[in-house]
Unconditional design. Sequence first.
Length: 175
Amino acid sequence: MIELSPWLRALLALFSLAAGVTDWRRRLIPNYITIPALAAGFLLQTAQHGLAGLKDASLGMAAAAAITIPLYLLRGLGGGDVKMMAAAGAIAGPLNFLYLFVLNAVIGGVGAVALVLYKGRLVATLRNMAVIFREMAMLRAPYQSREELAIAHPEAITLPRGVVFAAAAGLLLLL
């Protein structure tokens, strides 16, 4: 991890906490949390590091967009999740964002397995994964063949991504 200044660390901590609590309670991450965090990431990066900070914020946001927008288009992430990650990229910079994304994926994967087991939907989930892989191999969006594979479907089992993100950000800040 590239060391973040105390101000950027505090911003990442507060932002991830706000996103996690809001997503836990309301199952959405509103613009009034993500947009100011994105702007603050750019402002703090630029104020502290000049053009290099502006570049880091831009590349961090671009890395987040490159990873999350395809998932959004496949209906695997919501719009608030994409904006949350873009703000995290602007705050943390590109390399730290990639570390954060990997931690987020690992924690989310463990949480997803636990949730599927808890809900008793392991077999159905494995079947859905087979459909997802098959459809992706055919270059088709999985939700087009099975509606329930879209994140917004009422029967979809979903994790509050803000909570997972908050755990990942907390772990990254501890490391």
